[in-house]
Structure formats: C-alpha cells, structure tokens
Ligand binder design. Structure first.
Ligand code: NAP
Length: 339
C-alpha cells in the first residue's frame, strides 16, 4: 500500500476550563512524518476516547503536560506499523500506542502501550475489554475488592468498558452484581449483554427504592466510576465494613475538584475506601490477557462498543462521552484494519 503524503490531525484550538466544546478543537492538515533512526511510522485504525483525556488536555493527569493551541490532542490508538527504522517493531505489527488524534504518527518505542496479538480477539478490544479499561477492572476485582461468594457488588457507569468488565468479573467470582447506569438503553446492556442481576437507572424517579429492593441484604462492595453525589447516596445502603474501589469521577475532570464528598457516613459504616490506578497492574497485563481473551472467546466476558467514523467526528464523539451519552466503549474508526 503506497503511503499518502498528507496527514489529518485534530489539534487543540483553545485551552479553557469547564465543559469542553467542539470549538475547542480544530482539524488540521500536516505532512505525514518521516521516522528518524530508531523510530517507526504507524497508520492509526481505532482511536480510544477515554474520560481521562479531559484531564490530560488540562495537564491534570500523570505524564501529560497541558496542551497549547496547535498541539495534537492526546490519545491512544490501535495502529499498524507501516514503516520501521526501529529494531523493536516490524512493518505490519499491530500496536496500541500514544499517537494522539491523527491518521499517521512517527513514534519512538517508548510510545508503545501494548503489543497486540490479533489472535486474542477483535483488534478494537485492545483499547477496551482486552486493554486498559479491562485491566482496570481486573485490578479492581482481583486485587482490590476480592469478592467472596454471595457478596452484593454494585458498579456504576455499568454499561461502560470498565463498569461492564468489573461486573462480569465479579459475577464470575460468585458475587451478585447490581449495575447503576444512566438510562434504559444502558441498563439493557448491563442486563442483557453483561448478565447483571439488576440494573438501576439513576435518572428515573424512585431509583433509590429500586436499589434498596435490588440489594435487600445491603451493599458489600461498590466499584465507583462516577464519584459524588452517587457515592453519598449509596453509602446509606452499605453494610458495615463495605469496600469502595474509587476509580473515577468524570463529572469533576473539567475542574480538577472532587466535589460533594463528606467522609462522616463512611466512618459510621467502617467502610474501606481504596483508590485504584491502573498503572499499578501493568505487569499483570499478559496474565489478564490470557484469562480475559479465553473468557471473551467463550462468550463469558462480553463487550459493547460505541463507534463513530472518521477523525473529523472525534471532537463530537468525545463530547458525547463527556456528557455521559456513550453506550459502551467510545471509539472512533480512523481506517481499515488491513493494509
Ligand atoms: N483509576 C484508573 O486507573 C482508571 C482507569 C480507567 C478508567 N477510569 C475511570 O473509570 C470510569 C469509567 O471509565 P470508562 O472508560 O469505562 O468510561 P465510560 O463508562 O465509557 O464513560 C463514563 C460514564 O460515566 C458516567 N458518568 C456519570 N457522571 C458523568 C459525568 N458527569 N460526565 C460524564 N460521564 C458521567 C456515564 O455513564 P452513566 O450514564 O451510566 O452514569 C458515562 O457513560 C471513569 O471515571 C474513568 O475515568 C479510571
């Protein structure tokens, strides 16, 4: 396949606080970069949209300096090596790499996040259930929460890649899993695709009573993907010594503040609150992929993706994620898998 000489990028147009807007981004044309000795050129295939990107753009995420106008937006992609001047990769290899939002990138090997074995599952799952979100779920269930048979295990953002995988792994460990999600469509995914015991739509009137009915013996473990105020409501339903895995708080990523949390009720419940950062489990990735890819093949670990086509749509698809309207892993399809 002959390479084009032009590259399309999504760049930051303006840096500002608060909820992002499509006008904060700009589409730009640039030359396809030439890899120098030790680098390689990739063509991007699937762009991963993740809540942390909002923080990274602001420089409020480890390893990411605040972007300036004209900088390419941070992001990981499933990509394919189209030219290599590095001993670490060869032409045709599939990778997950820190390419940013663009069609081509010249990279040093340190930008590789994950080497993909295409035999393990569909390529797009390397940024979902067989990638960072899946590993986050594995860290939460296998290392932090460690459920025992019969535990009542509640997970928020239950239709997303982290929440959906947390619930399914917890279920496989013998827990009774209750999802919490915004809207009927997401609850249907949690129930029908992931097989949770119940899913509570917190946007519906009477949801707290529905939660109480779904958890008649109280909550033993809560995987928190959304932060306060949901956490402050759920603590009322915790059993003594309940465990909370604090994973994310997307509503606060625009400001950097952790609003609305008051610790008193957690003391009363003798609750254990533990923060989780996926980087702690990177060394577990090969083990996780071995286990999870077999589960995916056997249909015991399922996933849902929310695709949009073309780089130009990436800002709008990102805003959909920021509004919490994505149903499944948010992905932008940038190019074909082959070639
Ligand atoms: N700590 C770590 O190492 C780590 C690693 C990966 C991900 N995370 C965190 O894990 C959480 C889930 O990640 P994911 O990739 O699976 O995301 P996701 O579930 O695909 O998307 C985020 C979901 O959060 C919910 N949400 C609630 N309040 C929101 C708000 N104010 N703004 C936007 N969304 C809101 C929405 O679902 P509902 O409508 O169902 O509420 C939304 O769909 C995020 O908080 C993410 O930052 C943490």
């Amino acid at each position: 396949m002959s390479l084009p000489n032009r590259n399309t990028q999504v760049q930051l147009r303006r840096q500002r606080e608060g909820f992002p807007d499509v006008a904060d981004f700009q589409i730009a044309d640039a030359p396809v970069p030439e890899p120098v000795e030790g680098e390689f050129l990739v063509r991007t295939i699937y762009l991963s949209l993740d809540p942390y990107i909002r923080k990274a753009i602001r420089g409020d995420h480890p390893g990411h300096a605040a972007l300036n106008p004209g900088d390419v937006i941070y992001g990981r992609t499933v990509c394919r090596v189209v030219k290599s001047r590095s001993h670490d990769v060869k032409q045709g290899d599939y990778l997950v790499a820190e390419t940013g939002w663009q069609n081509y990138a010249a990279l040093a090997p340190k930008k590789i996040v994950q080497r993909i074995d295409p035999a393990l599952g569909p390529l797009s799952t390397s940024i979902g259930v067989l990638g960072m979100p899946g590993l986050t779920a594995w860290g939460s269930v296998a290392h932090v929460a460690r459920p025992v048979m019969g535990d009542t295990y509640v997970v928020s953002a239950a239709a997303g890649p982290v929440g959906g995988t947390v619930g399914q792994l917890a279920k496989l460990a013998g827990a009774r899993v209750i999802g919490i999600a915004g809207g009927k469509e997401k609850c249907d995914v949690a129930l029908r695709t992931y097989g949770f015991e119940a899913c509570i739509d917190y946007k519906k009137d009477g949801w707290e009573q529905a939660l109480q009915a779904a958890c008649p013996n109280g909550i033993d473990i809560y995987h928190d993907n959304v932060g306060a105020p949901l956490l402050m409501t759920l603590v009322k339903h915790f059993n003594l010594y309940a465990k909370v895995v604090m994973c994310g708080r997307p509503g606060d990523y625009h400001s950097g503040e952790f609003g609305g949390l008051s610790l008193g009720p957690f003391i009363g419940k003798r609750a254990q609150l533990r923060g989780l950062v996926v980087y702690d489990y990177e060394k577990d990735l090969p083990q996780y992929l071995r286990v999870a890819s077999s589960l995916v093949r056997e249909g015991k670990l399922r996933f849902k993706e929310d695709h949009a086509d073309g780089l130009e749509i990436a800002p709008a698809h990102f805003l959909k994620l920021m509004r919490g309207e994505n149903v499944g892993k948010a992905i932008v399809v940038l190019g074909p898998e082959k070639g």
